[in-house]
Design a protein around this ligand. Structure first.
Ligand code: NYM
Length: 233
């Protein structure tokens, strides 16, 4: 009874965690299994907002930290109704990054403390970073591709974009780990950051095919079975 909807799966991770390769492999697997799917990538650099984000990431423009955070969130809201529509039509949605990246990167920006210049303090409070994404369709599962920043760097170095520095990546990893704990199914649902989201840590330091297998093992029953409950918000 009741029609089923498709699941929403998000892939998160540090820069150089293999996330884009693994997202493509997961999509290939869904194709081979005959499962209708749509791959989204955040930021979506094709929209007007996305172009502003792209320019900021390439350091071609400067924006206040609050402004860029809100643009990243707005860039997700631009696709919120599309995501819900696809899921209702039975199309599995895979997103390469989502709101968890939004929180992790912005909450990792620091400045030196005025009272104690030797220490750093966050530029944006965690709760402020979280607020603009409240109410977005929430994923049914997040696959967090976990890798130590030192190991990520050895994979050919970070690129030229903003945030691609080892100290920043180390802070981002800590915020991701915190988000994972807040999303953990061990907590009562009322206390979780995303009540219906399953958070799965995937060891991204393993060899490519092993990572792909672990990801598939984690999501296969979800994508084969579909869901009856509405999309989490
Ligand atoms: N990023 C990504 C954010 O800072 N906030 C967000 O909301 C999202 C979705 O943009 N370093 C950062 C993480 C990355 C950068 O992502 C671009 P990618 O996957 O390299 O295109």
């Amino acid at each position: 009874m009741g029609s089923k909807r498709a699941p929403f799966i998000v892939i998160e991770g540090l820069d150089r965690s293999g996330k884009t390769t693994q997202t493509a492999l997961l999509q290939g697997r869904l194709e081979r299994e005959g499962i209708p799917n749509k791959l989204l990538k955040f930021p979506d650099r094709t929209t007007t907002i996305g172009q502003m984000i792209d320019s900021y990431l390439k350091s071609a423009s400067e924006l206040d930290d609050h402004v860029i955070h809100l643009l990243f969130s707005a860039n997700r809201w631009e696709l919120a109704s599309t995501i819900e529509k696809l899921l209702a039509e039975g199309v599995t949605v895979i997103a390469d990054r989502y709101a968890f990246s939004g929180i992790a990167f912005s909450a990792s920006k620091v400045e030196s403390s005025a009272s104690d210049p030797g220490t750093t303090i966050p530029k944006l409070p965690f709760e402020w970073c979280r607020a603009p994404d409240i109410g977005l369709p929430a994923p049914d599962e997040v696959l967090f591709l976990d890798i130590a920043p030192e190991q990520a760097r050895l994979r050919g170095g970070y690129g030229e974009e903003r945030y691609e520095k080892e100290e920043m990546q180390a802070r981002v990893r800590q915020v991701f780990q915190h988000l994972g704990e807040e999303t953990s199914s061990e907590k009562p649902q009322s206390e979780r950051l995303a009540p219906g989201t399953k958070w799965t840590v995937i060891d991204a330091g393993k060899e490519r095919d092993a990572v792909a297998e672990n990801m598939w093992a984690s999501v296969q029953s979800l994508v084969r079975g579909g869901l009856t409950q509405p999309v989490w918000k």
